[in-house]
Design a protein around this ligand. Structure first.
Ligand code: GAP
Length: 572
């Protein structure tokens, strides 16, 4: 299919369109219209149903802007960059690794110099005007801003919702009664100053994510309901060419998937994909190559969908190890550890930083106590082998020489141990999912357009029409409409144009059923209900409409228990 046809339907029928159009637009920014907003809400609500209500993860809403130290710690300040080459003739910037597509197996893994050499050797020119290109340069993708007036602080628009959850680990852990695994989720906007935004909403500069950060004991990465799904076979594409027709249990035991928790969230992502209406024949889980992974990931699988633009990554499911929590612990000095109680107290050997008060007193006088407290809070690895450590007290920085502290080893009976949790992260891109759902639902036959959206996704669940706006038909149709809306079912009332035209308008936006009130309704209280996909019609009583529409629009898949076992039912 031609994606422009779908994008034109999206614009015409109020799903989505380029933002700030009257000023010529701004690349990488899109508006969602009335139907697009409803569809987006349906996707997000269904995700919330699976992750929050059924899996029992805790939802957070964190600020979009974060101070610089957050992204220094997370590695985004140093590593969240792409390379671009600028055209010397037309001035357009292009992703340098995309320019080398087909010239190297994985151009994104190359250094600036290597990529520059490949582009030069192959005489790659500007795709827009064939002009000469500059050598590749690195470009950090975060939007920078400043917070406050005067000597303002640097802030950044979050490039992922994830960091807000990592820095809140202590709150999430406490909220989950200090048991692991425990997880947080967040649905919200993320910002990336993409070098060449393109392909409609597939590569945006402002987009929406639905992310879960699930915290585990490093040696117990499993999930309570893995057993119930372990025999399922999913479309896996491992990076080592091993057979893809494996059950999840086989994939874990043969180390194709690193652990049960990762396998469970791959399964949950598959279930979500089917529920929102992606074509099961056009999705797959592709394992990242070792040199393809983000700076934080130890293992990653992408849910990809086949679209007119090729295979597109919709979701990344990554094992982030302890990378993020460890990094925030180190940079903030806060205690971001979890604690596990032993069955019996055990002898535990630990290390700590011990200030030498005698040596400090002479040098630091009145600041000694405060400096000693800061030193004791540091992790031994932070000071080990250093000739001095810079410590800040009351906005003043002090260089404390290594003669003033030591790392000591203690052996004691301990009731348990502290550890830095590991994280499994399913990270969903809402806009790409929404586009793929529309594309997989798009049908065109002899210029007649239908979106075969699943009932739970359809922005409008029922069209309600009087055959003619007279003889009480309009009054009854409006009553039917009011009842549907009062039941929380989104409906659309339409009395203009031929009935065929009105059906066509509803088919085009994916409305699963239409109800027509005609002369017979006035006589015997029955209406015609029409199914979008089969075009079949049935005659039912007005009082049956709500039940009928509900049965048409229901239809998410059962959970691993064959029914929805909610977190509430499980008692957590
Ligand atoms: N916290 C992990 C993370 O952000 P990611 O693979 O960079 O991982 C997750 O992003 C998802 O967000 C992607 O799978 C994709 O669906 C979506 N996404 C990423 N960049 C995007 C962009 N520029 N425009 C639209 N969606 C994007």
């Amino acid at each position: 299919m031609d994606p422009q046809e779908l994008l034109s339907l999206c614009r015409r029928r109020g799903f989505l369109w380029p933002a700030y159009d009257i000023y010529g637009g701004l690349a990488g920014f899109y508006d969602y219209g009335p139907l697009g907003s409803l569809l987006k809400n349906n996707i997000e609500s269904h995700w919330r149903k699976l992750y929050v209500f059924e899996e029992g993860l805790h939802e957070l809403v964190c600020p979009i802007i974060a101070p610089e130290p957050v992204f220094k710690a997370s590695g985004h300040l140093d590593a969240f960059a792409d390379m671009y080459a600028e055209c010397r003739q037309c001035g357009e910037s292009h992703r340098a690794d995309h320019l080398a597509d087909g010239l190297h197996e994985n151009p994104a893994a190359l250094s600036e110099e290597e990529l520059g050499r490949i582009l030069e050797e192959n005489a790659v020119k500007c795709p827009a005007c064939k002009g000469d290109l500059s050598p590749p340069r690195r470009f950090n993708l975060m939007f920078k801003t400043s917070v406050g007036a005067g000597s303002a602080k640097a802030g950044y628009m979050r490039p992922e919702t994830a960091q807000g959850m990592f820095v809140n680990f202590p709150q999430i852990y406490r909220h989950g009664r200090e048991k692991l695994p425990v997880g947080a989720v967040q649905i919200g906007r993320a910002f990336r100053n993409e070098i060449s935004p393109r392909q409609g909403v597939l590569r945006l500069r402002e987009f929406s994510q639905m992310e879960a950060e699930v915290f585990f004991h490093p040696e117990r990465k499993t999930w309570p309901r893995f057993d119930k799904v372990k025999h399922e076979v999913l479309p896996l594409v491992p990076n080592d060419g091993s057979p893809a027709a494996l059950s999840l249990a086989e994939a874990v035991s043969s180390k194709v998937i690193a652990n049960e928790a990762l396998a469970y969230f791959i399964w949950l992502t598959h279930r979500f994909a089917i529920d929102v209406g992606l074509d099961p024949e056009r999705i797959r889980f592709r394992q990242h190559e070792k040199d393809e992974m983000a700076h934080y990931a130890a293992e990653c699988w992408d849910l990809e969908a086949e679209t007119a633009y090729g295979w597109v990554e919709l979701v990344g499911i990554a094992d982030r190890g302890c990378y993020d929590v460890q990094a925030h612990l180190k940079h903030s000095g806060a205690d971001l550890t979890a604690f596990e109680r032993f069955d019996e107290p055990r002898e535990v050997v630990s290390e700590e930083v011990k200030p030498k008060y005698d040596a400090m007193g002479g040098q630091f006088k009145g600041k000694t106590k405060a400096l000693a407290e800061r030193l004791s809070a540091l992790a031994p690895d932070v000071v080990r082998g250093k000739s001095e450590i810079v410590v800040e007290v009351d906005d003043e920085r002090f260089a404390v020489p290594s003669t003033c502290f030591e790392v000591v080893t203690r052996t004691e009976k301990a009731a348990g141990e502290k550890f830095v949790p590991h994280v499994i992260e399913p990270s969903y891109g809402v806009d790409r999912i929404l586009y793929s759902v529309l594309e997989h639902a798009y049908r065109k036959k002899d210029d007649y357009l239908t979106l075969t959206l699943r009932g739970i996704m359809a922005p409008i669940k029922a069209g309600v029409f009087p055959l003619m706006p007279k003889d009480s038909m309009d009054r009854i149709a409006l009553e039917v409409y009011d009842v549907l809306v009062a039941e929380g079912i989104s409906a659309h009332y339409d009395e203009s144009g031929s009935i065929g035209r009105r059906y066509a308008r509803m088919d085009e936006v994916g409305t699963p059923c239409c109800i027509t009130v005609d002369h017979q309704t006035v006589e015997d209280g029955t209406v015609t209900i029409r199914d979008r996909d089969s075009k079949e019609q049935a005659r039912i009583g007005v009082d049956e409409v709500v039940r009928w529409v509900r049965s048409v629009v229901k239809g998410d898949s059962p959970g691993p228990d064959g029914g929805f076992e909610t977190a509430e039912k499980r008692g957590n």
